[in-house]
Design a protein around this ligand. Structure first.
Ligand code: ADP
Ligand code: ADP
Length: 229
């Protein structure tokens, strides 16, 4: 798998307010790095920069040594699967929303991904199941349901690089536990960045970065950081 590196990355949305101030880390091929820290620390900004919703204002981000600014958006987004905090679905069917990241996926593959992401239970209660349209003119899904559709999409897409940005934040504890194992399966042997609120959800990360005020305040494995609470 690919190697992702953040090299002295700076970023600001507003020029007079720096959000990231010299972020340095590497995600070795197939490994998982987790970013934790208080709300507003800049965690999601890290995932948005890697996915290139925004470009760094200093330093650089590379994939296998290549600056992400030199990669076309199409190939970057083909390589990266992202489950964002707030999923916005297409005004289309659930099947379309799951299959979107992998054109040509069979109905069977879509159903299997849906099963792993626990989309099944709410689909079964729908009149036309996967062909039910969601969004403005269709069925309104809850935050947790949308998140499960996004997780199914990412499982199906099976990307080389995975970004999970508080990917289970909208789920109840039981659903979260069930889906976590599916996410662990997808993350295994993939280069993965996990953004999380709680240390308890990133026990297996190869490295955990504790972000505070746009800087890496601590880093280590879960057992090293437990004393921080
Ligand atoms: P975290 O994920 O750690 O909660 P974020 O990366 O979402 O933090 O945000 C870091 C800081 O950047 C916060 O102070 C937030 O208000 C600010 N911020 C986030 N998105 C924007 C934006 N689009 N425009 C301006 N400021 C933003
Ligand atoms: P597309 O492949 O059509 O470009 P995206 O890759 O932009 O779609 O979207 C992937 C996921 O990221 C979607 O679930 C979408 O809701 C979410 N997303 C899109 N834009 C943003 C953004 N600016 N900030 C956070 N999440 C976003």
């Amino acid at each position: 798998g690919p190697v992702v590196r953040f090299e002295n990355v700076f970023f600001h949305y507003d020029p007079d307010r720096p959000i990231l101030k010299g972020i340095d880390f590497e995600v070795p091929a197939g490994k998982t790095v987790a970013v934790v820290g208080p709300s507003g620390a800049g965690k999601s900004t890290i995932s948005r920069l890697l996915y290139r919703f925004y470009d760094v204002t200093g330093g650089r981000i590379t994939i296998d040594g290549q600056d992400v600014r030199d990669v076309t958006q199409t190939s970057l987004r083909a390589a990266i699967g992202m489950v964002p905090q707030d999923t916005v679905l297409f005004n289309d069917t659930i099947a379309y929303n799951i299959g979107y990241g992998r054109p040509g996926a069979s109905e069977e593959e879509i159903r299997e991904a849906a099963r792993m992401a626990q989309v099944g239970p709410f689909i079964e209660s729908l009149p036309k199941g996967y062909e039910t349209e969601v969004g403005e003119r269709g069925l309104k899904l809850s935050g947790g349901e949308k998140q499960r559709v996004a997780i199914a999409r990412t499982i199906l897409k099976s990307p080389a690089i995975l970004i999970l940005d508080e990917a289970t934040s909208a789920l109840d504890t039981k659903t979260e536990r069930d889906i976590q194992s599916a996410l662990d399966t997808v993350a295994a042997n993939r280069t993965t960045v996990v953004i999380a609120h709680r240390l308890s959800t990133v026990v297996n990360a190869d490295e955990i970065l504790v972000l505070r005020d746009g800087q890496i305040a601590e880093r280590g494995r879960h057992e090293d950081l437990l004393t921080l609470g």
